[in-house]
Design a binder for this molecule. Structure first.
Ligand SMILES: NC(=O)c1ccc[n+]([C@@H]2O[C@H](COP(=O)([O-])OP(=O)(O)OC[C@H]3O[C@@H](n4cnc5c(N)ncnc54)[C@H](OP(=O)(O)O)[C@@H]3O)[C@@H](O)[C@H]2O)c1
Length: 253
């Protein structure tokens, strides 16, 4: 359960080595936090991240989790929840950018990326949502992206998957709100992380820590959606209305 001040005690990070996800975990009030589960595809990599978090008062477990194995997602989440008890906050942070030159030409590669970034994220959100509905409380943080607000020709499979995930999370959040579960969508712009290493920064580029601050504040006020940084909301309100032929010529697209 969240403590009396509304700070989470038990947190599940799906994509347990995600720079943004870990920054969010680090940003929670450490005096409240009791247990964190890092669900990772590479346990050794997750273990190194767990060491940076562990303290006498904070237990950090690393469990193996392969997001694309959607047939076993519910069982994986159930196993975690059975061992931890109530999950106050779950962060759906896993995703891959993919190589757009491959995913726009290789149908199987395109589908595989879409499975991780959309299908698996939907499965994980529903699986966690089922547990939170049963416990009667909890928040699910869904890492969407501005890439889904106006899908760019530079990476249409990733952007399309984020557009789908964002839309799903809006409707699903509305569907389960009455059961006491809060779904918060996060729309970051370019964030300096493992995912973007070696890529040219986009305008309004930010850091995982700055995103994390916005997420923690959003959870406290039970926001439905947050943008990181906030300026991207008006920027994308304008960009989404740019006519297609002009959008195609913009360096952003
Ligand atoms: N960075 C940005 O500019 C940016 C902008 C907007 C939105 N986002 C979104 O924010 C989220 C976190 O991104 P990030 O910047 O923190 O990137 P990151 O550090 O690369 O984190 C991505 C995570 O996903 C995990 N992952 C990938 N495929 C997986 C699979 N099949 N099964 C399980 N885990 C898998 C990665 O594991 P490994 O460590 O093993 O690779 C890693 O933990 C993502 O959803 C991303 O789309 C990022």
């Amino acid at each position: 359960m969240q403590n009396a001040f509304g700070n989470p005690q038990q947190v599940l990070l799906l994509g347990g080595t995600s720079d943004i996800g870990l920054a969010i975990v680090h940003a929670f009030d450490r005096s409240a936090l009791r247990r964190v589960v890092l669900a990772c595809r590479e346990v050794a990599k997750g273990e190194a991240k767990a060491q940076e978090l562990r303290s006498d008062s904070l237990q950090v477990d690393v469990v193996e989790f392969h997001a694309e194995a959607v047939a076993s997602t519910q069982a994986a989440i159930d196993a975690i929840a059975d061992s931890v008890g109530d999950i106050d906050v779950a962060i759906v942070a896993f995703a891959q950018l993919g190589d757009s030159t491959v995913t726009t030409t290789d149908a199987a590669a395109a589908a595989a990326l879409a499975v991780v970034d959309f299908g698996a994220a939907v499965a994980a959100t529903v699986a966690v949502g089922n547990r939170m509905r049963a416990q009667g409380h909890g928040s699910i943080v869904v890492l969407s992206s501005v890439a889904g607000e106006r899908v760019r020709m530079a990476n249409p499979v990733y952007g399309g998957a984020k557009a789908g995930l964002d839309g799903f999370a809006q409707g699903y959040g509305d569907a389960i709100a009455a059961d006491g579960v809060h779904v918060m969508i996060v729309r970051p712009g370019f964030v300096h992380s493992q995912m973007t290493t070696g890529k040219d920064a986009a305008p309004f580029a930010t850091t995982p820590d700055a995103v994390a601050k916005i997420v923690v504040a959003g959870l406290r006020s039970r926001r439905r959606m947050v943008w990181a940084p906030k300026i991207l909301r008006p920027v994308f309100s304008a960009l989404r209305h740019v006519p297609g032929p002009l959008w195609r010529r913009l360096p952003l697209s």
